[in-house]
Design a protein around this ligand. Structure first.
Ligand code: KG4
Ligand code: ZN
Length: 383
């Protein structure tokens, strides 16, 4: 339980800012998006995202088949100031009108996280504003409160290119991890599948598009770990099965037809979707067994939440089980700084800020009590 804020010295002033209107500048640079945002909130009201600026780096890494950490870190360092300037400008506010500066302090690619933390420290020292180090995963997990005012407790499925886990969220710093991937994240599997099938990056949208013309039944790929109890998942075997099916076709007919690519994409997508839906069903059962709430809710975050087949599967699952399904708008499901500003705002409202010893953490599990996850993933260390 708890984020166990060990980066920097957390300072807590009880009941600080309980009734004030708060405006927070958020910075995000833990992966391949440089982002800044201004979020404002008055207690009891819907939060306002006054600005949300995101600079992607897709083209910088396009030739390398994955994110190159050094290139990412340099690009963040170059873009952050500009990004902050734009976020303030489009919010129509000055730095002096902020109540705090929140920054992703981990987990993620360390060079990028460091760039963000150094930038935020500079801004905090220069302006005299409080500094708040935010866990990137907490940013994702708290997003439905920013976009939909979702009350605690609720269940989150975080599915991106670097992460895959189920969390019970009971408070802004109270997370219980129910399970997650033991190897690849689903987005990573979509990206690798696209590469195997000669489709462009990012792979998720390309595979989804190709699958629209395909049959999910021609290739029956494995549904890993469904035979095992619990909420853990595995996606790397699925990718290997797809590679075998592809190689068998190539050996037989000397290449892949458009229909082969469509059918392989549809088969792969159906397998990922089945695993996510079945494990979500189990996570919902565990949520219901441990939480007392009249209106249980499942919410999603991360790029894979953009997949319409996955969304449809989860929508149906929730309808069948009396859960509300909350899917934040796509630009707040993927990496952004509004979620960091919001998480910072929740910390500030509870009186939690950090001093200048705040450090960047490559790994920072939200639930310090759960067992560490395996693998490091293409997008950096997993939490
Ligand atoms: O959350 P995100 O923007 O970045 C991080 O991973 O941190 O997620 C990006 C991932 C990529 O792996 C991408 O292929 C996947 O989300 N993705 C999708 C779709 N759109 C993006 N996967 C499946 N279907 C989609 N429509
Ligand atoms: Zn993320």
């Amino acid at each position: 339980m708890g984020t166990g804020v060990t980066c920097g010295v957390p300072m807590r002033q009880e009941n600080a800012h309980m009734s004030d209107r708060l405006t927070v500048l958020g910075l995000e640079s833990s992966c391949d998006d440089t982002a800044a945002s201004v979020v404002r909130h008055e207690p009891g009201a819907q939060a306002e995202i006054l600005s949300s600026v995101v600079f992607g780096q897709t083209e910088l890494h396009a030739d390398f088949g994955g994110i190159v950490p050094e290139i990412a870190a340099r690009a963040h360092a170059e873009k952050l100031d500009h990004c902050v300037e734009q976020a303030l400008q489009s919010a129509g506010l000055t730095l002096g009108e902020m109540d705090a500066i929140a920054v992703t302090a981990g987990p993620g690619l360390i060079g990028g996280v460091l760039s963000g933390v150094m930038c935020a420290k500079g801004l905090a020292v220069g302006s005299g504003l409080p500094l708040i180090g935010v866990n990137h995963l907490a940013g994702h997990a708290l997003t439905p409160r920013l976009t939909d005012q979702l009350p605690f407790p609720y269940l989150v499925l975080l599915v991106s290119g670097g992460h895959c886990q189920f969390l019970i969220v009971r408070g802004f710093d109270d997370f219980t991890r129910l399970g997650g991937t033991i190897d690849d994240a689903p987005g990573e599997a979509f990206d690798k599948t696209a590469r195997l099938l000669g489709l462009p990056q990012p792979g998720g949208p390309a595979v989804e598009q190709a699958a629209k013309n395909g049959s999910p039944d021609r290739f029956r790929f494995p549904r890993p770990l469904l035979d095992r109890d619990g909420c853990d998942m595995s996606f790397s075997g699925l990718k290997t099965a797809l590679r075998r099916a592809r190689d068998a076709l190539i050996a037989k007919q000397n290449g892949l037809t458009k229909q082969d690519v469509a059918d392989l994409s549809a088969g792969f997508q159906a397998a990922v979707c089945d695993v996510l839906v079945e494990k979500s069903r189990r996570a919902m059962l565990r949520f219901s067994a441990s939480e007392r709430t009249k209106l249980p809710a499942l919410t999603v975050a991360g790029g894979v939440a953009a997949n319409s087949v996955v969304r449809q599967g989860l929508t149906t699952l929730c309808a069948e089980n009396g859960f509300r399904f909350v899917a934040p708008p796509l630009q707040y499901c993927t990496d952004n700084a509004a979620m960091i500003a919001w998480a910072g705002l929740e910390n500030l409202r509870a009186g939690v800020t950090h001093d200048m010893t705040l450090t960047a953490r490559p790994r920072w599990p939200l639930d310090e009590n759960s067992k560490p996850m395996l693998g490091s993933g293409k997008k950096g260390a997993k939490a």
